[in-house]
Structures are given as structure tokens and as C-alpha cells.
Design a protein around this ligand. Structure first.
Ligand code: HEM
Length: 281
């Protein structure tokens, strides 16, 4: 390699122009006047979450294509990246908890009726993974871009629909009713499918790659649950059990979301692994 190879090609691109740093640093529009110190943190943390949500959706789009094309290796690679991002999202809640209830109260009323509840990217992520509740669409009717993205996500087969179709292609006995389901509808737990997945865990030598896919999906689902738990616990710490700016009953509503699962049969399979362990075949 000559020294010339180290000289960048002539380009007008700079760090700032490539990353649009000036635009980025101009996006924090505080509502408080006089400015409340903690509002900057509140805005930046939400913006960072939205950027990571964007990256998650980008990865999920890749995963949908990989699994449709029977490419489990790049699928799992992207999946593991999403899990790492979720790790960061869970830990970021710690930063927000350095804001006390009084500090939040100094600007909270100014946010009304805005709320994370209106994050369309969060709903697109839920819909894309397989958590499908049409009720959320109506909260986004005044946000055409978000509404269109949610509608597109709920109208196509979810990640779980596609993984299950893949499992069928590689010889797992997936019930026909699951393969024929109407993809827009909420997923209903299928006990027969859970039993088949339970069997995978008892045939590791023959089914190791399916096992790896299932466990990596479980990592993702578990991290999403962890995020929900960290979020609701932080909410209780900062605003107690008061109503949210989005109009729900706050902690009471959020606590009900803790039972949501994107891949319920992988959790349910545990019943079948354990009850069958040691049982005569
Ligand atoms: C002081 C900080 C925060 C408080 C007090 C808070 C409070 C709440 C409350 C009460 C809800 C329920 C909906 C409502 O009535 O508003 C909610 C929902 C939500 N929040 Fe937060 N939040 C905070 C920070 C965040 C952050 C940093 C994010 C990151 C994007 C976030 C994302 C969400 C999402 C996605 C929902 C919808 C959850 C669901 O419906 O399953 N929140 N939040």
C-alpha cells in the first residue's frame, strides 16, 4: 500500500455535512420559558429512542426478507443486533431516572397531550414482530405518515408469521390453521404449535439451527418485556399512579401491557419441554 492510498479522494463531504450535525443539534425545541434544565434531557432521550426504533425497524425489514428466502444465518445475525440495541434502550431508562418528580413537574403540563403512546415507530415494531392490536390505529388517524406505516405493517405477515412459515418449510409440523390465518388479526396462542416447538428442544442434535432461531427470538421478546417493565417502573417513580399525558390510566395501563408477547408459542413451549422431560417416549 502506498501513502497515496491513505489520502482521501477529493470530496466536499465533511463529518458535519454527512451526518447533518447542524440539523440534528437544532432539533431540540424546548417548550418551557424560562427554560427548565431537565427538558433538554427529556427531548434528547426521546429523540435517541426514536432513532434506535428506526434502526430496529430497518433490521426487522432485513430479517423479514432473510427468513422468506430461507437464510437463517443473516436472519439470526440481525436478530442479535436488535437484541443488543434493546439492551441499550433498557439501560437508557437509568438516565431518565436522574430526573426527579419535581424537575419533571416543572414542564410536564406543557407536553399535554403528547405522549410516547403516540410513537408510531413503537407500534410499527409491535405490529411487525407480531403483536397486533388494531385499536392503536385510531390514535394515529391525525398522523398520516405514522398511520400509513402502521397500516402497511399490520397488513403484511409479521415476523412470527414468517418464521412459522419457515419452520413449516424445514419440516416442523405447523398446524394448517396457523399457516392459513388472516395475518391482520391478533395472534392466538396455538397449543399444538407450542408442543411441536417443545419437541425441538428435545432434539437438539437434529434441530440445532431451529433451536438457535427460537432462542434468539426469545431473547428479543424478553428484552422487549424488560423495556416495558423498566419504562413502567420509571413512570411510577416519576409520576406515581397519575394519568398519562396520552390520556390513559398511566401505570395501571402500562402494567397491563407487560403480558404482551410477540412469540407466545416459544414461551408456551416451556410447558411441553418440562412436562415431557424424563417422561417415557
Ligand atoms: C418522564 C418520562 C416518561 C413518563 C412519565 C412516561 C409516561 C408514560 C405514560 C403514562 C404512558 C401511557 C400513555 C399515556 O397515557 O401517556 C406512556 C406510554 C409510552 N411511553 Fe412513556 N413515559 C416517559 C418516557 C418515555 C420514553 C423516554 C420513551 C421512549 C420512547 C417512552 C415511550 C413510551 C411508549 C412507546 C409508550 C406506549 C406504551 C404502550 O402503549 O405499550 N416513554 N409513557
Amino acid at each position: 500500500m502506498t501513502d497515496d492510498a491513505l489520502v482521501p479522494k477529493v470530496s466536499h463531504l465533511t463529518y458535519d455535512s454527512y451526518l447533518k450535525v447542524h440539523d440534528l443539534l437544532d432539533l431540540q425545541d424546548l417548550q418551557s420559558d424560562p427554560q427548565q434544565h431537565d427538558e433538554m434531557l427529556f427531548i434528547i432521550i426521546h429523540q435517541v429512542y426514536e432513532l434506535w426504533f428506526k434502526q430496529i425497524l430497518h433490521e426487522v425489514d432485513g430479517m423479514l426478507a432473510f427468513i422468506d428466502q430461507d437464510k437463517p444465518l443473516p436472519f439470526v445475525k440481525s436478530l442479535k443486533r436488535v437484541v443488543r440495541i434493546l439492551d441499550v434502550l433498557v439501560h437508557q431508562v437509568d438516565i431518565l431516572e436522574t430526573m426527579t418528580p419535581i424537575e419533571f413537574d416543572r414542564f410536564r403540563a406543557l407536553l399535554n397531550p403528547a405522549s410516547g403512546f403516540q410513537s408510531h415507530q413503537f407500534r410499527v415494531a409491535e405490529y411487525s414482530l407480531g403483536i397486533r392490536d388494531k385499536v392503536y390505529l385510531k390514535y394515529h388517524e391525525t398522523n398520516p405518515v405514522g398511520f400509513a406505516a402502521m397500516k402497511a405493517a399490520i397488513e403484511r405477515p409479521s415476523l412470527w408469521d414468517r418464521v412459522v412459515a419457515y419452520l413449516h418449510r424445514v419440516g416442523i409440523n405447523v398446524p394448517q390453521s396457523v399457516l392459513d390465518r388472516s395475518v391482520q388479526e391478533p395472534w392466538e396462542l396455538n397449543e399444538d404449535l407450542a408442543r411441536e416447538l417443545g419437541a425441538v428442544y428435545r432434539q437438539l442434535d437434529e434441530r440445532y439451527h431451529v433451536y438457535t432461531i427460537l432462542e434468539s427470538l426469545l431473547d428479543l421478546d424478553q428484552k422487549l418485556c424488560l423495556w416495558r417493565y423498566r419504562h413502567v417502573s420509571m413512570v411510577e417513580r416519576i409520576i406515581g399512579i397519575t394519568r398519562g399525558t396520552g390520556g390513559t390510566h398511566g401505570v395501571e395501563y402500562l402494567s397491563r401491557t407487560l403480558s404482551k408477547r410477540a412469540f407466545p408459542e416459544i414461551w408456551e413451549a416451556r410447558q411441553h419441554i418440562i412436562t415431557n422431560l424424563g417422561a417415557p417416549e
